[in-house]
Design a protein around this ligand. Structure first.
Ligand SMILES: [Zn+2]
Length: 197
């Protein structure tokens, strides 16, 4: 089989037994924006993307969440997606481009850190975050992990049409946060592999 960007993206999506195959289409459409080297890097580091079935709860899909008693399903507004570090799994309730790209940003952070978020321990990210005055999105200001995920999402320029947030773009990242722009650009230039722990 010829490996294409699309087939690399498909390989990441774990539909499990009962999910409708067309579910993968919207997710793949966003994942291909990251490029094949990055998708391959994620796959090789055990990252998988798991869409929830209709009405399925996170705790049903994730053994770790169930065991840890993390009841995100009971939140007033359950998250559109989340990343479970110990499983290296992105769980998606929504297939929106913004959700897929943001959560995949967390997945890349975890793959880079070989099972822990690289953003939490990398002095370059910590320094850029501490020095940052204008964040690429409001959510990027809420913590090192969200900072990393939102900067990655900006670099690939994935947005939802209906979002009320400022559009996250590569140009906006370059303008507002040159240090983090350079950091993310170097990661993409090396297919993330050079930055891997
Ligand atoms: Zn997040």
């Amino acid at each position: 089989m010829i490996e294409t960007t699309e087939s690399s993206a498909h390989a990441l999506v774990d539909l499990r037994a009962h999910a409708a195959p067309e579910t993968a289409v919207a997710i793949v459409r966003t994942l291909v924006r990251f490029g094949r080297p990055v998708l391959t890097f994620a796959y090789d580091h055990g990252i998988r993307v798991v869409p929830l079935r209709r009405h399925e709860r996170y705790a049903e899909a994730s053994a770790a969440l169930s065991r840890l008693g993390v009841d995100v399903d009971a939140w007033p507004a359950p998250p559109a997606g989340l990343f479970v570090v110990e499983e290296r799994r992105v769980y998606l309730r929504s297939r929106s481009p913004m959700t897929v790209a943001h959560e995949f940003g967390h997945a890349l952070d975890c793959a880079l850190g070989a099972g822990v978020y690289r953003s939490g321990i990398d002095p370059h990210v910590r320094a850029a975050f501490a020095a940052s005055r204008n964040f690429v999105t409001p959510y990027a200001a809420t913590g090192l992990d969200e900072y990393f995920a939102e900067c990655v999402r900006s670099y690939v320029g994935v947005n939802d049409p209906a979002s009320f947030w400022p559009r996250a773009t590569r140009e906006r990242l370059r303008r507002l946060d040159p240090a983090m722009y350079a950091y993310i650009e170097a990661l993409f230039a090396g297919g993330f592999a050079a930055g891997a722990a």
